[in-house]
Design a protein around this ligand. Structure first.
Ligand SMILES: Cc1cc2nc3c(=O)[nH]c(=O)nc-3n(C[C@H](O)[C@H](O)[C@H](O)COP(=O)(O)O)c2cc1C
Length: 370
């Protein structure tokens, strides 16, 4: 297919696929899309290892990474994990203690390092900059900045290394910030999306972001999981799509099997936007853990990065010891369309074949006019 995205990155299909799982990223890029690895789960050292394995498996085929750049306050102090933990009020640790008991979370692993949880590392600027140093050592095709706009000097450095940079926005008013930073691509993330998300639906958001972005190509993210939605993204003016939730239930995904099964059974109504994961609104599977933060008497989730620091070890333990069925995962409303666990390649090929049918339906409706 021809789009500004496929041309920019040398792809067969106009699909970027986000995952924290290396094998999903490899499978996506091998299948003709762009696999994009998330950083939030990794230390810089582990991230380096993951990228080396991807480099070896892909042998020159393009892939991407995302880095979460929280907006820096001018007076921001370096934030090490210990000092962050000490800033969490005592009654919050008490609440976690009560949840540990209620959900039977094994104490041993609760005190572990939190590796494996989606938010294993605090979303601080220091962590983002350390990840950036790792990225610069690898042949990464696209670096995507999540939450905040990437720092302009980082964009310049990445451009000098031949990498493209994209920025994710959930509101058209944030587009200019990313354009000023010098991004090559904008990802318009609608409220339907899994993970951090705003309040505007993709159908409204994409055309407004396209208008605001001018010559810079835009991708639709949030609520894309079928071929019809890929074709719709093009109709809205996007040059491709960015998908995350659909890959969670693939064979290559390293989510525990019980959690994959839960996702397969979930309906479109089984997600919640909640601040319980990181302190920012993130759409997640509605699980007992997420509901516990909404019930009467529960404390208001802390602001980022403290909420992530507070919950990460318990979440990691629930993932490891209980298959993730209590803790859940970020996932978007498209979860209602995920009905089987299949290989990444099959999912991508079916979506692309269905998108051709959807495009034909549009063409038929307009026959005589085009
Ligand atoms: C489990 C999960 C974790 C995510 N974590 C991140 C992340 O760390 N960084 C990021 O840029 N986007 C993250 N996202 C958002 C995706 O990049 C993407 O915007 C979103 O999944 C698109 O909407 P969809 O879920 O409807 O496909 C995450 C999404 C999911 C489902």
């Amino acid at each position: 297919m021809n789009s500004e995205l496929t041309e920019m990155l040398g792809l067969e299909f106009p699909v970027c696929g986000f995952s924290h799982c290396r094998d999903v990223v490899i499978a996506l890029s091998k299948a003709g899309g762009l696999g994009v690895l998330g950083t939030a789960r990794y230390s810089p050292e582990q991230f380096d290892i993951e990228l080396s394995k991807i480099d070896e498996a892909l042998d020159g085929k393009p892939y991407g990474v995302t880095i979460i750049f929280p907006a820096a306050k001018p007076d921001a102090q370096p934030m090490d994990p210990e000092s962050l933990r000490s800033q969490v009020p005592e009654d919050y640790w008490d609440y976690i203690g009560s949840l540990k008991e209620r959900f039977g979370i094994p104490l041993q692993s609760v005190d572990g390092p939190g590796d494996g949880a989606v938010n294993a590392y605090p979303l601080t600027r220091d962590h983002a900059l350390a990840m950036l140093e790792v990225v610069k050592k690898h042949p990464v095709a696209l670096v995507s900045s999540a939450i905040g706009a990437p720092p302009t000097d980082a964009v310049e450095e990445l451009h000098a290394l031949g990498m493209k940079v994209s920025g994710q926005v959930g509101d058209p008013k944030h587009v200019q910030r990313h354009l000023d930073a010098g991004v090559d691509l904008i990802v318009a993330t609608g409220t339907e999306a899994g993970g951090h998300t705003g309040e505007i639906g993709s159908l409204v958001l994409t055309p407004q972001v396209v208008r605001a972005a001018g010559d810079i190509p835009v991708l639709t993210a949030g609520g894309v999981g079928t071929g019809a939605q890929v074709a719709a993204a093009f109709a809205l003016g996007a040059q491709g799509v960015w998908m995350g939730s659909a890959w969670l239930v693939t064979q290559e995904s390293d989510l525990p099997e019980p959690l994959k099964e839960l996702l397969v059974k979930a309906s479109v109504s089984d997600t919640r936007r909640s601040r319980s994961l990181s302190g920012r609104m993130a759409r997640q599977l509605r699980t007992p853990w997420v509901e516990a933060w909404e019930e009467e008497g529960a404390p208001e989730p802390l602001l980022p990065p403290l909420q992530g620091v507070l919950v990460k070890d318990a979440q990691s333990a629930m993932l490891r010891a209980q298959g993730g069925v209590n803790s859940g995962t970020p996932v978007g409303q498209i979860v209602g369309d995920l009905t089987a666990i299949r290989p990444v390649r099959d999912v991508l090929q079916e979506i692309m074949a269905d998108s051709v049918e959807a495009a034909e339906r549009v063409q038929n409706a307009y026959s005589g006019l085009i």
